[in-house]
Design a protein around this ligand. Structure first.
Ligand SMILES: Cc1cc2nc3c(=O)[nH]c(=O)nc-3n(C[C@H](O)[C@H](O)[C@H](O)COP(=O)(O)OP(=O)(O)OC[C@H]3O[C@@H](n4cnc5c(N)ncnc54)[C@H](O)[C@@H]3O)c2cc1C
Length: 384
């Protein structure tokens, strides 16, 4: 699937109309990344905050021209995020309230009551949430995490440290991965309230995607039994299995953000580079063709994940391609605008810094390449 049907085109147009309002706020966040309460009253972000919620819990789906959108399918998420990054800003999207990552885990692993409580909270007012997996000693090797959940007083005590977590420093609640025992079956996910005693948070200064990332430190944070996700699932389904599947749609979203950044840079260069002839035109034509290719792959991956949530290799391939594309497009645009472009075009400079963040979100290119290789080795053919 690379073309969009009428319903998805309607969604894309809605996002396209609302996204330009993100840009001023995005530059503000880039300049003042520690303004942790900075939250622009942009209709598109307000709307996003109460989407990505399963239909049985969603009170207020987006309705345009008679079509209802929950933004729970990978395809809808990809269309929304690509367009909002292309006409608005990817970093601002990632720093906005809502339940993109945590909501995915709560949906995959939470029982009915846990889902109801979490999604009611998110819908009561714009609420930031997080999914905390990465630890200081390394994020790629997620199975080797060291944060622990130890049984105690009818609940658990949470101890450990998480790093590079989106919105950790501004969220009242989120999902934390931690170890209850050895091996892959000993990894669980818990809902954690950051106002609970023993929980510390703070921002992380970064060059790109400024204002997005934060840290979490847990010292004997009490997690009630009701906070442990997956208690109604079999031991093989409630830990790594659940969150590994959640990564497949999330990787499509990361790819869509990469394509969006590339499109933003491409449009910027088309508008500002002069003269529009010879080498410049050739560079832009080549870049435009690359963007269309990765955009098609990303949409194809999203459709594949919606059909089979266990499909890991297509999202991995799309995420890998989009991470490289975002860097290539922003670098090309800077080059076409000549020496001094970073100073003269601060928005483009920002996207060029942000582009490197796509490489790390939801796993680096090495990790994605392993996923594609595994599918290739399993099937003995180029996976589709
Ligand atoms: C914008 C952004 C948003 C993020 N959001 C979140 C979030 O919400 N929650 C969260 O938990 N984390 C988040 N992260 C962190 C992200 O998931 C990690 O940065 C990522 O998993 C890589 O982990 P690491 O940085 O510790 O690098 P490492 O895992 O230490 O890897 C370092 C280098 O070694 C390579 N490498 C590692 N293992 C292998 C291997 N087996 N084979 C080959 N090469 C390997 C990697 O590719 C990389 O180049 C975010 C990061 C960014 C940039």
């Amino acid at each position: 699937m690379s073309g969009l049907d009428h319903r998805l085109r309607v969604l894309r147009q809605y996002v396209r109309d609302g996204a330009p309002a993100l840009r001023t706020a995005a530059q503000e966040l880039d300049a003042h990344p520690d303004g942790s309460t900075l939250y622009p009253q942009v209709p598109l972000l307000d709307r996003l905050a109460t989407l990505q919620i399963p239909s049985r819990h969603a009170r207020n789906p987006l309705v345009i021209e008679g079509h209802a959108y929950y933004l729970t399918s990978a395809v809808e998420r990809v269309v929304f995020h690509e367009e909002a990054a292309a006409h608005g800003d990817a970093a601002l999207l990632l720093s906005a309230p809502g339940s993109l990552t945590a909501g995915m885990l709560v949906t995959a692993l939470g029982d009915d009551e846990q889902q109801r409580v979490f999604f009611d909270r998110v819908q009561a007012r714009p609420t930031w949430t997080f999914l905390a997996m990465t630890e200081p000693q390394g994020g790629s090797d997620a199975a080797n995490l060291r944060t622990t959940l130890t049984p105690c007083d009818g609940g658990y005590r949470l101890n450990g440290t998480k790093r590079f977590v989106g919105n950790a420093h501004r969220s009242p609640v989120g999902v934390v991965t931690a170890r209850t025992g050895p091996g892959p079956l000993g990894i669980r996910c818990a809902l954690v309230d950051t106002s609970d005693p023993g929980c510390g948070t703070g921002p992380i200064a970064t060059l790109g995607m400024r204002g997005v990332l934060g840290t979490l430190d847990f010292q004997d944070v009490r997690v009630p039994e009701s906070g442990l996700l997956g208690r109604h699932l079999s031991p093989t389904r409630r830990g790594m299995w659940g969150w590994l599947h959640s990564f497949n749609p999330l990787r499509c979203v990361a790819a869509a953000l990469g394509v969006g950044i590339a499109r933003a840079a491409y449009d910027y260069a088309r508008h500002h580079a002069s003269p529009q002839g010879g080498t410049v035109a050739l560079s832009l034509d080549t870049l435009g063709a690359r963007i269309r290719g990765v955009q098609g792959l990303t949409r194809h991956a999203a459709a594949a994940v919606d059909a089979d949530p266990a499909n890991a290799h297509l999202p991995a391939a799309a995420k890998n391609a989009a991470a490289h594309l975002a860097v290539e497009a922003t670098s090309t645009a800077l080059r076409l605008l000549g020496p001094g472009a970073r100073l003269e075009h601060p928005l483009l400079d920002k996207w060029a810094r942000d582009a490197f963040g796509i490489e790390y979100m939801e796993g680096t290119s090495h990790v994605q390449a392993q996923s594609v290789f595994n599918a290739l080795a399993r099937t003995g053919t180029a996976p589709r």
